[in-house]
Design a binder for this molecule. Structure first.
Ligand code: SAH
Ligand code: SF4
Length: 430
């Protein structure tokens, strides 16, 4: 979501005549787009701002003015901290209000020296004010929903991104068409709880994600569709049918489980049990036997015992995830779980995370090794780290590296996989 927002911010600035600076030292405007999901992500902002203050001072000695701005969820939650800890910041605006950047920058140009803070939850939708989204490559993100109503007890998102709202069907389809016209082959639909999407059509009727996917699949030239992130309790049979019927829908689904223990899921306020989750997975596998699953996990949620953690490990093995993200529980001020009495010791969290990641990584490696010898369609994204190499993504989101010319970038090519490592595959273009 932040990558999408950053792209849209770049579009706004481009429209105002800004061009991307080659180095930070050359930049007249420095913007941080921030994440508040875990403490570590938020702290990163303050250490980065410290480095930027030095650059701002060095530029000032040369008579150059530098505007520093912070955007995103940290602003929504810690606006006072920003002006206290980094008084040299010129403005800070939340994830729902960055469309007001032109106005904010004009104000700063008129009156330097005080920090403008905008943490409004506006009644209007930012999408109605953003410039047209143009493809920046073969894969594009497209936000179809903002906010979340789930209030998982550990999560800050409903407080920083506000209530869940869905963009109208027509707006999404028009944006998708524009992306395809400007070179996109793959669209990844975004929302915090994307499968509860319920955008209105032109007749004012609420439509589901499944309806939207069917409509988008009709767009000529669009070759791949994905959506993320889904909430297990909101996976409908209609959506499962999309995985059966829509060739363009990639056989990969990120469906966060968080914990395998029903006691912990309840304390997290997740609206599903591990058994219900398994039922959904079974239906998905029946609809498309080739589907690969990924998940998010939190270890050390308050009250998590060894048995609860073991239940998570059992689910990991049962579902046989091909990829997953896993985190130590991080207390977020203002969320219910932050003040639960039975917090888990940091050392135990660390141990559990290591055990979990060992298992997840070995499953991921096995899946990647099993790809050796297969011919896989890869959408190439950019140059690789080494000279003459390019990289792209398989239908399962695996990174695939090959030797090849730049003319393959933003194209789909058939690739024979010759090696499977933990984090990437290598192959040869056929
Ligand atoms: N809306 C998505 C993504 C939410 S944030 C979803 O519900 O799946 C991405 C992931 O961060 C979550 O799935 C969760 O695993 C993790 N996360 C959120 N809050 C956290 C916290 N306080 N501590 C640790 N991990 C957290
Ligand atoms: Fe956070 Fe839960 Fe909403 Fe995901 S579904 S954004 S974890 S509150």
């Amino acid at each position: 979501m932040n990558v999408y927002d950053s792209g849209r911010i770049a579009d706004i600035l481009e429209n105002m005549g800004y061009i991307a600076a080659e180095t930070i030292q050359d930049a007249d405007l420095i913007l941080f787009n921030t994440c508040h999901i875990r403490e570590k992500a938020a702290e990163k902002l303050f250490s980065d701002l410290g480095r930027i203050e030095i650059i701002k001072n060095e530029r000032a000695e040369k008579g150059l003015d530098t505007t520093i701005g912070v955007v995103g969820c940290v602003v929504q939650a810690e606006d006072e901290q920003i002006s206290k800890r980094a008084p040299y910041v010129d403005f800070a605006t939340g994830p729902l209000t960055y469309y007001r950047l032109p106005e904010i920058l004009q104000k700063i140009a008129r009156k330097k020296g005080e920090c403008i803070i905008d943490t409004d939850f506006p009644a209007e939708s930012k999408f109605d004010y953003l410039p047209q989204n143009k493809a920046k490559g073969g894969c594009s993100y497209l936000a179809i929903q903002e906010g979340c109503n789930n209030f998982c007890t550990y999560c800050i998102v409903p407080y920083t991104r506000g209530v869940e709202t869905s963009r109208p069907i027509e707006d999404v389809i028009n944006e998708a068409k524009r992306l395809v016209e400007t070179g996109t082959l793959e669209i990844n639909l975004l929302g915090q709880n994307v499968n509860s999407y319920h955008g209105e059509d032109s007749a004012g009727k609420e439509r589901s994600l499944a309806y939207l996917l069917n409509k988008l699949a009709e767009i000529e030239g669009l070759q791949r569709l994905r959506y993320t992130t889904s909430y297990p309790a909101d996976v409908t049979d209609e959506l499962i049918d999309c995985h059966r019927n829509l060739k363009k829908l990639m056989p990969y689904l990120h469906l966060p489980l968080q914990s395998g223990s029903d006691k912990i899921l309840k304390a997290m306020n997740r609206r599903h049990t591990s058994g219900q989750y398994l039922e959904v997975i079974e239906k998905l596998k029946e609809a498309n036997p080739d589907i690969g699953l990924s998940s998010d996990f939190i270890v050390g949620f308050p009250g998590e015992t060894d048995e609860d953690f073991q239940a998570t490990m059992d689910m990991v093995k049962k579902v046989n995830y091909i990829q997953a993200f896993s985190f130590k529980y991080s207390r977020r001020a203002g969320t219910p779980a932050a003040i639960y009495p039975n917090q888990v010791d940091e050392k135990i969290k660390k141990e559990r995370l290591e055990i979990l990641q060992d298992q997840l990584f070995s499953q991921q490696l096995r899946f990647n090794k099993d790809c050796v010898g297969k011919i896989v369609p890869v959408l190439f994204e950019s140059k690789g780290r080494k000279n003459g190499e390019i990289f792209g993504r398989s239908p399962y989101m695996q990174t695939v590296v090959v030797k090849g010319g730049d003319d393959n970038i933003n194209q789909i090519r058939q690739v024979e996989i010759i090696k499977g490592g933990m984090n990437s595959l290598s192959g040869i273009i056929k």
